[in-house]
Write a protein that binds this ligand. Structure first.
Ligand SMILES: Nc1ncnc2c1ncn2[C@@H]1O[C@H](COP(=O)(O)OP(=O)(O)OP(=O)(O)O)[C@@H](O)[C@H]1O
Length: 635
């Protein structure tokens, strides 16, 4: 990164370089000196006015059209930065990958001043044409660069102070530059940091369109940062890392040039299915990362894409070996909701991901009067926005490009007589909400592309993990649709709030295992002590894996549990001193965390191995093996 230099030393450095032909080592940042040397080799004349010819309005329009994606994804950042820039008398600039300025916004006063040196839309600020400047030099260097006053190669540009950060697409290709420029006489301390943050947001948005034929993984040590620009995003195609965000690369100490070279197994110890099932994945350094997998290219972020976006099925059978479990409270909820549904009124299921909303909806279908008719489940978050309308409402022959020859009846008609389950209703695009509302009110549908209105007959269950009331308050969800679907709400509690997790685990275990496998008390205690952020989905996947990996009749102890249960959560079960030791080292590898937990437990138990092992829920021999000699033997 360019270091700010006192102005007098730049003047001196210019004299040394341009008049005496020597390298002013240490007087300007190396980046600037190297750029001056490149410009000199090109024969640029520093005291002259560079010839910058902005393109015509029509060419600029075409250029913007060609870079529509960059412009669209950068729009929100440009607008936000332009407001700040106005207040500080500076401007924000977006260029393409060659330095052609697509947009400049901010302080009108400074826009005029910058225009006098052709820092304006339609001009090209590549280093070869304009000499050392933040935009052009950032493109050459491939990283953020600050160029202040006299550090610009051409003397007339010394009125500018500019901070530029290149923008890369997920595959590591340079797509543009975001620059903040202002008066050279003012030191814009935060400009480079602001440009970097804005670019991180833009690059993050590039992944919203998905990556075709790739599995996109979003990860972070801290689950609270998932969904923000700080999460690491990695995309794998055929087991190879083909795309990544800057934070994704940083997480593994990788360079952009390594995209396409690194295999999944070089980065992770566990299979990707672990992340899908448990919401956590251990990497090659033993670090536990939280996150989720987004399957194959789509135009919106997906949740739980392991499930197909649309399924049409018959009612589930109650006598299945893995039939769901409902406690007395849930059973009462089911009975009430069943009556509501049979009265042709909609039911809304609310709950965190994996709490069992779809399982609950299927059970409602099974118990209700429409059990012999189809159950049509639509995951609104997993369907591309452009397809939701056609899939739901159907279309006539040739209604839009790509439409099937003979048209499609749409899912609303396919649900005829049965139950339509709209999962993730909170992700229903705003533009489609009035149409859905109309259909729900009129129970009649006119397919896309025209045709006769058709009478509809289905019972509606909606589900979401989102706070829809907040969605209404923030204008993301229509109030009239909300009141229509939220007639009867059922809240499904997260596992962390379950009052009797141990009993639930025992009951689930009995359902899953028919061959006498037993969980030891320690294992049960550890399982019940964990908060299960992925709820029943995570717990159920964990128990199924334990059954699959053990022999009939086996006793399953804590050593068989997944690593995330054996370390951090065991420590939490074991109360404060241990939990404190573990939470104090959020970035440490798993082994180090486990060891810290063991040592803290030993200290808390005054060196008594038996007590410490019990407290941690692990065997004495494991504690001896891991901590070696020097442990006090029990009497
Ligand atoms: N009542 C239950 N009994 C047993 N297992 C259950 C139950 N409910 C859910 N599960 C387990 O959890 C998994 C996830 O449930 P489900 O798909 O219904 O969750 P969800 O709340 O709809 O999740 P999402 O919001 O992510 O779509 C199920 O596949 C099943 O393994």
């Amino acid at each position: 990164m360019a270091q700010p230099q006192p102005r007098h030393s730049v003047g001196q450095a210019r004299r040394v370089f341009f008049e005496r032909g020597l390298a002013p080592q240490g007087q300007v940042p190396d980046t600037i000196l190297q750029s001056w040397q490149r410009c000199q080799r090109l024969g640029l004349e520093a005291q002259s006015h560079p010839a910058i010819e902005p393109v015509t309005e029509a060419d600029l329009r075409r250029m913007r059209e060609r870079h529509e994606k960059l412009w669209r994804l950068a729009r929100a950042e440009l607008e936000a930065l332009a407001t700040d820039a106005m207040a500080t008398g500076s401007i924000v600039i977006l260029t393409d990958e060659d330095g052609w300025i697509l947009d400049a916004e901010g302080s009108t006063g400074f826009l005029n001043k910058a225009g006098r040196v052709a820092l304006m839309p339609g001009a090209c600020w590549s280093e070869t044409q304009v000499g050392t400047n933040a935009i052009g030099t950032a493109i050459v260097e491939g990283r953020a660069v600050e160029v202040r006053g006299g550090e610009h190669y051409f003397a007339p540009h010394s009125i500018l102070s500019c901070s530029a950060t290149p923008v890369y697409d997920p595959f590591g290709h340079l797509v543009g530059v975001l620059d903040i420029s202002g008066e050279a006489s003012v030191h814009h301390v935060h400009a480079l940091g602001l440009a970097r943050l804005a670019v991180a947001n833009i690059e993050h948005r590039y992944f919203e369109d998905g990556i075709a034929d790739a599995q996109v993984v979003r990860l972070h040590h801290n689950p609270a940062l998932l969904g923000t620009a700080r999460e690491g995003i990695l995309a794998f195609r055929d087991g190879r890392l083909v795309a990544a965000s800057q934070s994704g690369l940083q997480l593994f100490g990788l360079e952009r040039g390594e995209l396409g070279e690194v295999s999944y197994h070089a980065l992770f110890e566990q299979a990707l299915s672990r992340l899908r099932d448990d919401g956590v994945l251990v990497d090659r350094h033993g670090r536990m990362l939280h996150g989720h997998v987004q399957e194959h290219g789509d135009d919106r972020p997906r949740r739980h894409s392991s499930r197909p976006p649309i399924t049409v099925s018959a009612a589930t059978r109650a006598d299945r070996a893995d039939a769901p479990l409902f406690d007395a409270g849930q059973d009462a909820e089911l009975q009430r909701a069943c009556r509501v549904l049979d009265a042709e009124l909609p039911v809304l299921l609310l709950g965190q991901t994996g709490t069992g909303k779809e399982v609950f909806a299927r059970e409602l279908h099974r118990r209700g009067s429409r059990a012999d008719k189809p159950f049509v489940a639509v995951n609104c978050a997993a369907l591309p926005e452009g397809l939701i309308e056609a899939e739901l409402f159907g279309y006539e022959d040739g209604a839009f490009t790509g439409a099937r020859k003979q048209g499609s009846p749409g899912l609303l008609r396919q649900a005829a007589g049965g139950v339509l389950f709209l999962d993730e209703i909170g992700d229903m695009p705003l533009a489609l909400q009035p149409r859905l509302l109309r259909v729900l009110q009129e129970r009649e549908l006119t397919p896309l592309g025209g045709g006769k209105p058709v009478k509809l007959d289905f019972a509606l269950i909606c589900a979401t993990h989102q706070d829809l009331e907040r969605g209404v308050a923030e204008g993301r969800f229509r109030a009239d649709l909300y009141y229509r679907i939220a007639h009867h709400c059922v809240r499904i509690a997260p596992l962390s709030d379950h009052p009797e997790r141990a009993r639930l685990i025992r009951d689930l275990w009995r359902r899953l295992d028919k061959h006498g496998r037993q969980l030891t008390d320690e294992a049960l205690q550890a399982l019940a002590g964990y908060s299960w952020p992925g709820n029943l989905r995570q717990l159920s996947a964990c128990l199924r894996t334990l059954v699959a990996l053990s022999e009939p009749g086996a006793r399953i102890g804590p050593e068989a549990l997944p690593a995330y249960l054996r370390s951090i959560e065991l420590a939490r079960v074991a109360e404060d001193p241990v939990a404190a030791a573990v939470t104090a080292m959020p970035d440490a590898g798993l082994e180090a965390v486990e060891e810290a937990a063991m040592r803290a437990a030993l200290r808390a138990c005054d060196g008594n191995v038996v007590q410490a092992a019990r407290r941690l829920g692990i065997s004495r021999s494991t504690l001896y093996r891991r901590l070696g000699g020097g442990l006090r033997k029990p009497n």
